[in-house]
Design a protein around this ligand. Structure first.
Ligand SMILES: Nc1ncnc2c1ncn2[C@@H]1O[C@H](COP(=O)(O)OP(=O)(O)O)[C@@H](O)[C@H]1O
Ligand SMILES: [Mg+2]
Length: 270
């Protein structure tokens, strides 16, 4: 059963991927864990020093990992939308291929495809899903896309309902409303699972710029559980979660030495 989704966000270079790998390794000692990179500039393979592909692969007994390929993800999503539309409104077929082509290049295509794919992960038998994110801006965009998609599908559903009233009058019926409703329900599922099960670690270092980005992430995601983590921390007293400096934090053996006990406590006890 899915217990928690843990997301690592923050400025580029602060240690998101390193902490994501170390956390996934630790949790997978007892729980079936998926470590997922959604940063187009993947680095899990390098950090774990193990080849990780665009399909889920098994890394240790209970640890699985995957580096999602943005282009592949968007391609699959647009094919899926195209197929659903073809089945729902066969008379539209001439313009659909062009629409699917346009869809791939729309500004939030990646985020939309990713959110849709997340629902499938939630249904797979993992206890923990650890997500290594792209830097702050892109992660914030993912969360905003999620909310705007729900509103957008609700709006389209209303338009389709109005259209259906007219079609009923003419004795015609199509399944567009059902299609839009099912898309909306998938987005709602992502929102509710993230609200209930997500913990976001806003990773920063001690420098003011990365701290500022950490604060900004916390503000943007204020409806979620966000904890600030100071990585490579040398400060004695700080009200935030601390992870100290570690020489060469890559390769499975070394990563196991990273002190992330506070983070694990938050994940397990929250
Ligand atoms: N606790 C740590 N101690 C020492 N070096 C670290 C620590 N965490 C991360 N690093 C190093 O910092 C660099 C950036 O880390 P990375 O995890 O790739 O950051 P991000 O994913 O945020 O871009 C890497 O060289 C990594 O080895
Ligand atoms: Mg990274």
């Amino acid at each position: 059963m899915l217990l928690r989704i843990v997301l690592f966000g923050g400025k580029g270079g602060v240690g998101k991927s390193t902490l994501a790998c170390a956390t996934a390794l630790k949790l997978s000692e007892h729980h079936k864990t998926l470590l997922l990179s959604i940063d187009p500039a993947h680095s899990l393979s390098g950090i774990l020093q193990t080849k990780i592909g665009s399909e889920i692969s098994r890394i240790t007994h209970k640890l699985y990992a995957q580096e999602l390929l943005a282009e592949e993800l968007v391609e699959k999503y647009s094919k899926k939308v195209l197929l659903a539309l073809k089945e729902t409104i066969p008379t539209l077929s001439s313009g659909l291929e062009e629409y699917a082509r346009q869809l791939k290049h729309s500004p939030t295509a990646l985020e939309t495809a990713l959110l849709d794919r997340l629902v499938d992960y939630f249904e797979e038998p993992f206890d923990f899903i650890i997500i290594d994110n792209a830097p702050t801006g892109q992660m914030v965009r993912l969360f905003y896309t999620m909310n705007s998609l729900e509103n957008w599908f609700s709006f389209l559903e209303k338009v389709a309902e109005e259209k259906q009233k007219l079609e009923n009058f003419m004795g015609r019926k199509n399944n567009l409303i059902e299609l839009l409703r099912s898309r909306k329900n998938r987005v709602k599922k992502v929102i509710s699972v993230l609200r209930e099960k997500a913990i976001v670690f806003a990773v920063t270092n001690e420098d003011p710029l990365s701290m500022e980005e950490g604060d900004s992430l916390q503000k943007h995601l204020r409806n979620f559980k966000v904890y600030k983590v100071i990585n490579r921390c040398s400060l004695e007293k700080t009200p935030f979660l601390k992870v100290p400096y570690l020489e060469n934090p890559f390769g499975i053996e070394n990563l196991r030495k990273l002190h992330i006990d506070h983070l694990l406590k938050v994940i397990i006890n929250e």
